[in-house]
Design a protein around this ligand. Structure first.
Ligand code: C2E
Ligand code: MG
Ligand code: MG
Ligand code: MG
Length: 287
């Protein structure tokens, strides 16, 4: 292997890169093992709050407790899982966990993140439908979150897959909205139900007028297209109040709750006061 700094070096590996490759390999091997045994993997759930203050849904988020390295965040292992194809069985595992767990919260929907890589599997839609049936879950209570990068894969049958999923009853949410390419171009060509304002916008609220303008524009766009607009990463009352006034339909963030285990969520829900809003079913309220 070529060493960094060599004069006739065509392929320069720095020590940092060696380390990156080693870490990558470690993650791949250990994640494969974790997936086979189920050890150290968990799905946690973050509440999503409707405009009346009630918990309306939860987002399923993967957690990995490595036996020797401790907590490894999704931002580190999801990319490796995507590069190695492990995301396919991993994604199915998360969906199965989330669907099974969600039977305990029949009034809430459950959102699951999907990777663009999963859409490349020819039988993807059939597998998703099968998992939902196996777990006795109603697809109308399952929301599938995709990022704009999914929509970039034009030839992959992604558009047809999304349409079939929607026909099967699933809701589709565009995650991290505003951070990818050509958001607007995609919005009018693809059928989605929800847009999730990326937390970078939420967290810039109150720091000058630009983030506020972006949020107002996204909410107006969502309204005009009859989409639900959710804000991610709400951490302060100031952000919450701004988003509420702007007409945002749902919020998610540490201000309400971080993602918690299925057991903890069940316990939290049972302790929340039940509020009745005119015209709506009684619901567990967080504010
Ligand atoms: P995401 O789908 O946009 O999920 C939201 C992320 O924001 C989560 O990070 C959540 O813990 C974090 N978050 C929520 N509220 C707040 C807040 O108020 N402040 C801050 N600073 N952060 C907040 P997490 O769990 O680390 O996941 C990161 C990303 O990894 C996710 O972003 C998602 O793209 C991906 N991911 C997580 N689980 C899965 C999975 O099962 N499958 C796939 N394909 N991707 C996943
Ligand atoms: Mg998400
Ligand atoms: Mg995401
Ligand atoms: Mg997001």
């Amino acid at each position: 292997r070529a060493k960094a700094g060599g004069r006739n070096c065509y392929c320069c590996f720095t020590p940092e890169m060696d380390e990156t490759i080693a870490v990558h390999r470690m993650i791949e091997e250990d994640l494969r093992h974790a997936l086979a045994t189920g050890e150290g993997l968990e799905v946690v759930y973050q509440p999503q709050i409707g405009s009346a203050g009630a918990v309306v849904g939860v987002e399923a988020l993967a957690r990995w407790q490595h036996p020797t390295h401790g907590h490894i965040p999704p931002s580190q292992f999801i990319p490796v899982a995507e590069q190695t194809g492990l995301i396919v069985p991993f994604g199915e595992w998360v969906l199965r966990q989330a669907c099974s767990a969600s039977r305990r919260w029949p009034d809430l929907y459950v959102s699951v993140n999907l990777s663009p890589v999963q859409f490349r599997v020819a039988s993807f839609v059939d597998r998703v439908v099968a998992i939902v049936q196996e777990t006795g879950c109603d697809p109308r209570r399952v929301e599938l979150e995709v990022t704009e990068s999914v929509l970039l894969d034009e030839n992959s049958g992604t558009i047809a897959a999304l349409r079939r999923l929607r026909h099967a009853g699933f809701r589709i949410a565009l995650d991290d909205f505003g951070t990818g390419y050509s958001s607007l171009g995609y919005l009018h060509r693809f059928e989605v139900d929800k847009i999730k304002i990326d937390r970078s916008f939420t967290q810039s609220l109150g720091q000058g007028s630009k983030a506020a303008a972006v949020v107002h524009a996204i909410v107006a766009l969502g309204r005009a297209m009859s989409l639900t607009v959710t804000a991610e990463g709400v951490e302060t009352d100031t952000q919450k109040n701004f988003l509420h006034t702007a007409g945002c339909n749902e919020m998610q963030g540490f201000l309400f709750s971080k993602a918690v285990s299925a057991e903890k969520l069940t316990q939290m829900l049972s302790q929340l006061p039940i509020t009745e809003t005119a015209g709506a079913k009684p619901a567990r309220s967080m504010v």
